[in-house]
Design a protein around this ligand. Structure first.
Ligand code: AMP
Ligand code: ZN
Length: 470
C-alpha cells in the first residue's frame, strides 16, 4: 500500500516518511505506566498522543499490532538504577502488597484511558508475567560478552557498543556523560553509563517480589522489561516505539543497547516521543503541588474529553503548559462544537466528491507528523462548508475515529426518544437537582438508578446535567 504518513523520528532527528518493515502492517510498542500511583494528566498526554498515532495509522489502512507493558516491578525511584523500587514505595505508602497496588493502579489507569477514549492496546503485558523472557535475554547477553556480574547484580557493558548514545549529538553526549557524574556512584559498574539488567537480593533486602535466576534470587531492571516484552510479542523487528521525552535517556537508549546486542541487528526503525505537559511551576509531579488526575478534573466538573481536546489543540513535539483558564476556553469551544454537530440533519445523500476532498485534507494534516490542531481546524472547516448536513455528518463521524472526542454525543443523547419520555427524564433530573440541593443524596442516587434501569445515563457537567442512552 501507499505510505503517506510522515513522522519525526528521534533517531534521525528528521521528519521522515514512515515505511513499515512489512507492507501494510505495523508493529508498535508503547512504554506503559509504572502502576504505583494514579497517572497524572501529563502521563496521559503521552498516551492520548500515542492513541492518535495508532488511530492515524489505522485510518490510513495499516493493520496495527500495538503492545504495551505494565511496569509492576523494577522501576527504581531514579531512572538511573538508584533508589527504591517505585512499586515498593507505593505498597508502603498504602500498607498493601505490591500485587494489590499493581492491580488497583492498573485498573485505575485503564479507567482513566477509557474516559479519555484511549483505545486499549492489542497486547497489554505486566512485567511480572515475563520473568523467564528477561532471564533468557540476560543470559544471552552474558554469553555474548555484553553483560557482566558484579556485586551480585548483572550489568550491561556499554563500552562494548560503538555508539551507546544513539539519540544524542556529540555535544549532548558530552553533557550526558557529565550529568552521570552526579549520579550516586555504583562501584560495581565498569563504566558510568552501564546499567543493571538483573538485581539480586544484595540491592534491597525488603524487595517484595523476587524470582530465582542463574545469578541469584532477584528481580529484573526496568529497561530489560520493555525489550523483553516487545520482542516476545512483535518479534525481532519493530516498526515504531513511543513514549514521553523523558524516556529517551536512559530508558530507550538502554532498550536499544540491550535489544540490538541480543538480536545482533537493528531493532526498531522509528522512535516517537511526546513532549511534556508542565504545570506553572514546571515539571508535573505526583508528590508536590496539585496532583492533577482525571478524577480531579471530573471532581471539578470537567468532562475528561475536554482535556483530550486540550491536548489535540497543540503539537505533540512542543511542551504544553496546563492551566484551568485554557481548559475553560476549550470547554466552551467543545460544547459549541457538540451543539453544532447536534443540529445537523441526517437527511439527503452524501456528496462523495466533497467527502473525499475534506477527508483527504484531514488525513494530510494528521499524516504530516500528527498535526492534530490542523485536523481540528478541518473539523471546523467542514461545519462551515457549503455542503449538505449528511455529508458533514459522515465526515465528522469519520474524523472522530481518530479524534475520539465523542463529537455526536449530544445528538445521540437526543435521538430516538419521544416527547413524553423526554419530559419524564427532565422531570426526574429536576427532582434530582432539588434533592441534591437539600442534601438528600439517597433520593438523588435513587433517581440516577431509576433512569439507568430505564436505559438513561446521567452526566454531571459544568453546564448542568446531560443524559445519554446507556
Ligand atoms: P511512568 O508511569 O512514570 O513510567 O510514565 C508513563 C509515561 O508518561 C511515560 O511514557 C513517560 O515518558 C510519560 N510522562 C511522564 N511525565 C510526563 C509529562 N509531564 N508529560 C507527558 N508525558 C509524561
Ligand atoms: Zn519502556
Amino acid at each position: 500500500m501507499e505510505n503517506k504518513i510522515s513522522i519525526y523520528n528521534t533517531l534521525t532527528k528528521k521528519v521522515e516518511k514512515f515505511i513499515p518493515n512489512e507492507d501494510g502492517k505495523v508493529g508498535m510498542y508503547t512504554c506503559g505506566p509504572t502502576v504505583y500511583h494514579f497517572a497524572h494528566i501529563g502521563n496521559l498526554r503521552s498516551y492520548i498522543m500515542e492513541d492518535v498515532l495508532e488511530k492515524t495509522l489505522r485510518y490510513a489502512g495499516y493493520d496495527v499490532k500495538r503492545v504495551m507493558n505494565i511496569t509492576d516491578v523494577g522501576h527504581l525511584s531514579s531512572d538511573a538504577d538508584t533508589g527504591e523500587d517505585k512499586m515498593l514505595k507505593g505498597a508502603k505508602r498504602e500498607k498493601k502488597t505490591v500485587m494489590e497496588i499493581a492491580k488497583f493502579y492498573t485498573d485505575a489507569f485503564f479507567s482513566d484511558c477509557a474516559k479519555l477514549n484511549i483505545k486499549t492496546p492489542d497486547v497489554v503485558e505486566p512485567a511480572t508475567n515475563c520473568i523467564d523472557n528477561f532471564i533468557q535475554m540476560v543470559d544471552t547477553l552474558i554469553n555474548k560478552g555484553f553483560a557482566y556480574i558484579a556485586g551480585e547484580n548483572v550489568y550491561f557493558d556499554t563500552s562494548k557498543l560503538d555508539d551507546y548514545y544513539v539519540f544524542s549529538s556529540q555535544s549532548e553526549k558530552e553533557l550526558l556523560v557529565g550529568v552521570r557524574d552526579d549520579v550516586e556512584e555504583d562501584t560495581n559498574k565498569r563504566n558510568k553509563s552501564d546499567f543493571v539488567l538483573w538485581f539480586t537480593k544484595s540491592k534491597f533486602d525488603n524487595q517484595e517480589l523476587k524470582w530465582d535466576s542463574p545469578w541469584g534470587v532477584g528481580y529484573p531492571g526496568w529497561h530489560i522489561e520493555c525489550s523483553g516484552i516487545s520482542i516476545k510479542h512483535l518479534g525481532e523487528y519493530m516498526d515504531i516505539h513511543c513514549g514521553g521525552v523523558d524516556n529517551i535517556f536512559p530508558h530507550h537508549t538502554n532498550e536499544i543497547a540491550q535489544s540490538e546486542a541480543f538480536l545482533g541487528h537493528k531493532w526498531c526503525n522509528y522512535w516517537l516521543h511526546v513532549h511534556h505537559l508542565n504545570d506553572k511551576s514546571g515539571k508535573m509531579s505526583k508528590s508536590k503541588g496539585e496532583f492533577l488526575t482525571v478524577s480531579l478534573l471530573e471532581e471539578k466538573g470537567y468532562n475528561p474529553l475536554a482535556y483530550r481536546m486540550f491536548c489535540l489543540q497543540s503539537h505533540y513535539r512542543k511542551p504544553l503548559e496546563f492551566s484551568y483558564e485554557v481548559l475553560d476556553n476549550i470547554v466552551t469551544a467543545y460544547d459549541k462544537l457538540l451543539k453544532a454537530v447536534a443540529k445537523l440533519k441526517d437527511e439527503g445523500e452524501v456528496d462523495k466528491e466533497a467527502f473525499e476532498s475534506y477527508k483527504t485534507k484531514f488525513e494530510d494534516a494528521l499524516n504530516n507528523d500528527l498535526n492534530t490542531s490542523m485536523a481540528i481546524t478541518m473539523l471546523y472547516e467542514v461545519l462551515k462548508a457549503d455542503i449538505n448536513d449528511k455529508t458533514k455528518l459522515e465526515l465528522i463521524n469519520s474524523f472522530d475515529y481518530v479524534l475520539s472526542l465523542d463529537l455526536t454525543a449530544l445528538r445521540n443523547a437526543d435521538n430516538g426518544v419521544d416527547e413524553e419520555f423526554e419530559a419524564h427524564i427532565q422531570a426526574l433530573i429536576e427532582e434530582r437537582t432539588a434533592a441534591k440541593k437539600e442534601k438528600n443524596f439517597a433520593r438523588a442516587d435513587e433517581i440516577r438508578n431509576q433512569l439507568l434501569e430505564e436505559g438513561i445515563i446521567l452526566k454531571d457537567t459544568r453546564e448542568g446535567v446531560i443524559w445519554e442512552r446507556a
